[in-house]
Design a protein around this ligand. Structure first.
Ligand code: CA
Ligand code: CA
Length: 429
């Protein structure tokens, strides 16, 4: 559990001092002299135009030496320096809070969903035909919320078994009252809705029921943990994203879908995502829509290139890279359909959207199908090994093209399942 300071708000965190972070912090401390200059060395990120533009004035994350993370609001830099001086020995670093944003264009309303070109393209039906639909797998969609009333999402939500609904009591003592099905970290309330339909569209791509409407989710047997941190403008705070990631991990999800980005400089985002590997969680991130090479112009979390992370660019109907999609031969791993995607929209409606935001959930849903297979067929593998195994199967089974991404290809989940079974056979030999 996180530490709480007089003015700080606790964030649940399992953060331990990983060695690169440790080296970095040691370097920071080593570089520092004494007095105000020393304290300034603990403030991250350093001033740069990119960081300055996305930073939120007066709002900070504090990484304490005991591994906990808290928020602090400071009206002036003098207040911040005084706080740092007072707690000098116990603070590893202080980071400015930042804005993050969604990775899709505006939704076009659709009277009923029509095109399912994308689901056909990735070969999902051949996996469903083997009765693999993502059973016993939970996916967190960390986004703008979700339309809880949508007919195609009924019965698809992961429930917190230890929390009794609507009794104003935090029955499971996790600090959140009545968090029965996800949480809203923007308003700090139980999740109610989705202001902009972004999270609902993503949820539909991943696991819309097949028996209630025309959208076919990739993994209709999986469960959804909807976590909100973005508001009606499609932006959210880094602090909210960190809380959401830690909450998803505490609820035991297998896959996290992160169709947002825009951080140019965060220590805490990387260290928090890094912790997921030990929990067996695959982190699926949208590559971003700026039409840049993120190997050269990195933005995060897309460009972290962690072992348990898959970063997804968007392809179109003709299997070309979508004109808006970011690329990167090292840091973007795979393409998936991301233009003119039909999916769900609030309230109980449909829309068409484009963006790498839409490509990531095809991979997240496909990963859920593979996790479902592993849960059913291979119980001996340690959970820590699962994300890298699923990632390997996804990347080594792509439909190849001449794309500037690590796998040089576009997602094919049917072939990924074949590849996974081959990899498992090799392991047992
Ligand atoms: Ca609770
Ligand atoms: Ca309760």
């Amino acid at each position: 559990m996180g530490q709480t300071t007089a003015s700080g708000q606790s964030i649940q965190s399992n953060l331990k001092m990983s060695s690169p972070l440790g080296v970095f912090v040691a370097l920071l401390i080593g570089l520092g002299g004494c007095g105000q200059e020393y304290r300034f060395e603990k403030i991250y990120p350093k001033r740069s135009q990119e960081c300055e533009e996305s930073s939120i004035a007066g709002e900070y994350l504090v990484q304490w030496t005991d591994g906990s993370l808290t928020f602090e609001s400071k009206e002036s830099e003098e207040d911040l320096y005084a706080f740092l001086e007072k707690n000098e020995d116990r603070i590893l670093f202080v980071e400015r809070d930042q804005w993050l944003r969604q990775e899709s264009d505006e939704a076009v309303l659709d009277s009923h969903s029509s095109s399912d070109w994308a689901i056909q393209r990735i070969g999902a039906k051949k996996v469903w035909d083997q009765e693999l639909i993502g059973r016993d797998v939970t996916i967190a969609v960390i986004d703008s919320g979700v339309d809880l009333s949508h007919a195609q999402l009924q019965g698809q939500f992961a429930l917190n078994p230890k929390e009794i609904p609507n009794n104003w009591i935090d029955d499971d003592h996790n600090g959140l009252i009545d968090d029965v099905s996800g949480w809203d970290f923007f308003d700090q309330t139980p999740l109610r809705d989705d202001d902009i339909g972004h999270g609902t569209h993503i949820a539909g791509i991943i696991l819309a029921r097949h028996d209630q409407g025309s959208v076919k989710g990739v993994a209709p047997g999986a469960k959804l943990l909807p976590i909100k941190f973005m508001d009606s403008s499609g932006t959210g705070r880094l602090t909210g994203a960190l809380e959401a990631i830690n909450y998803a991990a505490s609820m035991g999800v297998e896959v996290i879908n992160a169709s947002w980005g825009g951080s140019f400089c965060s220590l805490s985002l990387k260290s928090t995502i890094s912790q997921l590997e030990g929990e067996g969680i695959l982190f699926v991130s949208a590559a971003g829509n700026n039409h840049v090479d993120i190997d050269t112009y990195p933005e995060y979390p897309a460009a972290y290139n962690l072992a348990h992370q898959v970063t997804v660019g968007a392809s179109d109907l003709h299997d070309q890279i979508a004109p808006f999609s970011n690329i990167g031969i090292e840091r973007v791993h795979i393409l998936a359909p991301g233009t003119s995607i039909s999916s769900l929209y609030p309230v109980n409606s449909f829309s068409i959207r484009s963006g790498t935001s839409m490509a990531a959930p095809f991979v997240a849903g496909s990963a859920a199908l593979l996790y479902g297979y592993l849960k059913a067929h291979s119980k001996t593998i340690h959970k820590r090994e699962l994300p890298a195994l699923v990632k390997k199967a996804l990347l080594e089974s792509v439909d190849l093209g001449t794309y500037s991404v690590q796998s040089s290809g576009r997602l094919n989940v049917h072939r990924a399942l074949d590849r996974l079974t081959t990899l498992l056979n090799q392991e047992t030999l």
